[in-house]
Design a protein around this ligand. Sequence first.
Ligand code: SAH
Length: 352
Amino acid sequence: MTEKADIKSMTLSELEQFTVDILGEKKFRAKQIYEWLHVRLADSFDEMTNLSKPLREKLKKQCVLTRLEMVEKYVSSIDGTAKYLFRLSDDRIIESVLMHYKHGNSVCISSQVGCRMGCRFCASTLGGLERQMLPSEMLDEIYQIQKDSGERVSNVVVMGTGEPLDNYDALVRMIELLTGEQGLNISQRNVTVSTCGLVPKIYELADLKLQITLAISLHAVNDEKRRELMPIANTYSIAELLNACRYYYSQNNRRITFEYSLVKGVNDSREDARALAQLLSGLNCHINLIPVNPIEERDYRQSEADAVLKFKNMLEKYGRNVTIRREMGRDIQAACGQLRKKYMEQSSDEEG
Ligand code: SAH
């Protein structure tokens, strides 16, 4: 049996070809189907009422329509942040977050089921990589949240579970579909991709000249310290990473964001702040400080509020552009893979 086509991952021109060659229908039908999938956010072929019944039957036979099933939703009573747990068609669980900002609604999506990057402080990587996610699955995180909340999603950050550049082709395709005029048409400028720094992929992405924001998880000012926190630093040095960032900027003219999670006594000293300011001098960038969210499995502690502020002030003294990430949804474990992990532990307790 041939595998069914993942119709929600197709670009419009691929869908046109599919419609003519495989379904034996007129080309204009593809536009109608595409609109059902990516604008009206249909969850089934039966909803596509301007298509004939036989065509809908053909679609059911030939295609899978990716649809994430919401299994849990937690809403923060502090700031309205909503965390979603979704079930994929093979029963795996992923998480996504909806955050409300003054400038609009932002959805943080997962790009892989699990992660193999092994960053020491991160809960998403503890179980390793389970599998890659499809473009349609990433998109559906956004689609289901937009439908559930009834509010337009204006920003997408690929900062959930997974390393997006380790699922590069699917990521790029997802961005194309998300920001295309025929779909939700979210501006590329409102899409951020966060990476731990897969250098060759940063070059590849740069050459696509997308207008998305690149966020780099730096977290340390020298290779030795970075290696302690992030295994990827054994493969690429900070110097190589920053060269890739300079190249990205030269191709896209987009200011780069550097994420720096502050861990008490590890990377939060005045010397670290000074070294960070120096490291990034001459680069048009923004620094986002994230007080680390402690996870049970590791004994990393959050820097004191005072140390965070001092760190920020020091960077500002050197003229760097810096913000402290506001913590959203603290009461619902909205941070980095914690909720998914807890959910899976609970369900395996129940089973066992
Ligand atoms: N793989 C991508 C996206 C991961 S999560 C990346 O590495 O960038 C988004 C950000 O949260 C990254 O900067 C990541 O390093 C950071 N992060 C992960 N776990 C964290 C924790 N427990 N506390 C603070 N920041 C964390």
